[in-house]
Design a binder for this molecule. Structure first.
Ligand code: PLP
Length: 406
C-alpha cells in the first residue's frame, strides 16, 4: 500500500490570510458601501521597470528565430545573469563571490524551502520569532520540527524578537542549533541587524559548526549604508552561511519569478561518516536533478535591472514604496503608537494600544477605519500585540489610510 510522508499531516493549518480574507468578506457583505484599503498582503503593486519590459520583449523575439531560439538552459542559470549579480550585488560591497557560487532560481521561497534537501533530517533548527512561516513549515515537512504544542514545535528553538530586546535575537544558551534561519531586513518586523550583531551570529555558527540560512529578500530596501546588505560582508560568513535573494520585492518580480541563492565553496556539513563535505557541489547536484532552470526570458529581464537605466528605474520604485513607509511611520507615530521598521524595509510593525490583542486591534482597524492589516500573532507567538502594514500599496491608498487614522 502506498504510504504518505506523514510529516505533511503534522503541518499546522495556516489560516492567517484565509482567515483575514473571510473576515474582510463578511465585513464587506454587512457594509457594502465601505471603501476598504488593503495594506495587509506583501505583494507589490507598481508595474515592472521599462528596462525589464524591453528586455522581456527582446528575449521573446529571440525565441521566435531559429538562430537565437533557446531551449533548456543551464540549471544553475545563464552566465550573463550570474556574472551581473557578482559584479553588481557583491563587488560594490567589497564581497568576492565566484560565479559558480551563484544559483539562479524561480524565487527565494523555493530555495529557502528546498535547501533542506541536502541537509540531515536530524538537524536542529533555530528561527527568529515572529517569522516568515516557510522556514518552519518546510522543516515540519522534512521531519525536523518535532511535536507541536502550545503554539510551538519542540525541536525548533524560537529566538524572540520584540520591542523589549530591540528586535535583536539573542544567541541560544543551550545546545547549539544546526540550522539557523536569519532574515534581514526582516519580514514581518521590518527591522534590521547591525554589523556587530550579525558578526556575533557568524562567530557563533563558526564555533558551533552551525549553518546560517540567510534570507536577504529585502536587501534592496536598506538605506543606511552601515547596515550589511549581505551576510558575506561579515568576516567568516563565507564559511558558515548560504544566502537567498529575490527579485520579487527588489524589482516587482512576484509574478515573473526569479531570484538567486549563493552557496560559497567553503561552506561544508558533516557526512554520516564524519567527513566535512562541501555544500556547493551537492546543491548543484540537487538542482541539476530536480530543477530545469529559470526561463531564459525571465533571466534576461532580471539582468536588465543591472543596466544603468534599469538600476535607476528599479530604485525609483523602491523609493516610491519607501516614501509610503515614511508616510505611514509618521502618521502612526503621531497617533501615539510605537512604530518599528519601515526605515530599511517595506514593512511597518507597530504595537497595538495597551490592553489590546493583535486580532482585537486588527478588527478595530477594519471596522472603524476600513483598513486591512495583518495581525502580528499570525507570524508567531512573539508577534502577539503587534500589527504589520506593508508599504507596497499605492500612494493614494497609503495617504488615505493614514488620513483616516489621524
Ligand atoms: N523570503 C521572505 C522573507 C519573504 O517575505 C518572501 C516573500 O514574501 C520570500 C522569501 C519569497 O520570495 P519569492 O517571491 O522570491 O519567492
Amino acid at each position: 500500500m502506498i504510504t504518505l510522508n506523514n510529516n505533511f499531516l503534522r503541518l499546522q493549518k495556516n489560516y492567517l490570510f484565509v482567515d483575514i480574507a473571510k473576515r474582510v468578506e463578511q465585513y464587506k457583505k454587512e457594509n457594502p458601501q465601505a471603501s476598504i484599503i488593503r495594506l495587509g498582503i506583501g505583494d507589490v503593486t507598481r508595474p515592472l521597470a521599462p528596462a525589464v519590459i524591453q528586455a522581456l520583449h527582446a528575449a521573446v523575439d529571440e525565441q521566435a528565430e531559429a538562430g537565437t531560439f533557446r531551449g533548456y538552459g543551464p540549471e544553475q542559470g545563464y552566465e550573463f545573469l550570474r556574472q551581473a549579480i557578482v559584479d553588481n550585488v557583491f563587488k560594490p560591497r567589497g564581497v568576492e563571490i565566484d560565479v559558480d557560487e551563484v544559483f539562479i532560481n524561480d524565487g527565494a521561497k523555493s530555495d529557502t524551502g528546498n535547501f533542506g534537501d541536502i541537509l540531515g533530517g536530524c538537524n536542529t533548527v533555530l528561527i527568529t520569532d515572529p517569522v516568515y512561516p516557510v522556514y518552519i513549515d518546510t522543516n515540519v515537512m522534512a521531519g525536523r520540527a518535532g511535536t507541536f504544542g502550545e503554539g510551538r514545535w519542540d525541536r525548533i528553538t524560537y529566538a524572540p524578537c520584540t520591542a523589549e530586546n530591540n528586535f535583536t535575537p539573542s544567541l541560544p544558551t543551550g545546545e547549539a542549533p544546526d540550522m539557523i534561519y536569519l532574515c534581514y531586513p526582516n519580514n514581518p518586523t521590518g527591522t534590521v541587524l547591525c554589523r556587530e550583531e550579525l558578526q556575533k551570529w557568524v562567530d557563533y555558527a563558526l564555533e558551533n559548526g552551525s549553518l546560517i540560512l540567510y534570507d536577504a529578500a529585502y536587501a534592496a530596501y536598506i538605506r543606511h549604508d552601515d547596515i550589511p546588505r549581505s551576510i558575506y560582508e561579515i568576516p567568516g560568513a563565507k564559511r558558515c552561511a548560504v544566502e537567498f535573494h529575490s527579485y520579487s520585492k527588489t524589482a516587482g518580480f512576484t509574478g515573473l519569478r526569479c531570484g538567486f541563492t549563493v552557496v560559497p565553496n567553503e561552506v561544508c556539513a558533516m557526512s554520516a561518516e564524519g567527513e566535512m563535505v562541501q555544500l556547493n557541489p551537492l546543491w548543484n547536484r540537487r538542482q541539476c536533478t530536480k530543477f530545469n532552470g529559470t526561463p531564459y526570458i525571465v533571466q534576461r529581464a532580471a539582468a536588465a535591472i543591472y543596466t544603468p537605466e534599469g538600476k535607476r528605474q528599479v530604485q525609483d520604485t523602491i523609493d516610491y514604496y519607501m516614501e509610503n513607509a515614511r508616510i505611514m511611520r509618521e502618521a502612526l507615530t503621531e497617533r501615539g503608537l510605537q512604530v518599528f521598521g519601515g526605515e530599511d524595509a517595506p514593512y511597518i510593525w507597530f504595537r497595538v494600544p495597551e490592553g489590546q490583542t493583535s486580532w482585537g486591534y486588527w478588527e478595530e482597524l477594519l471596522h472603524k477605519y476600513n483598513i486591512v492589516s495583518t495581525p502580528g500573532v499570525g507570524f508567531g507567538p512573539s508577534g502577539e500585540g503587534y500589527i504589520r502594514l506593508t508599504a507596497f500599496g499605492s500612494r493614494e491608498d497609503c495617504v488615505e489610510a493614514m488620513r483616516r487614522l489621524k
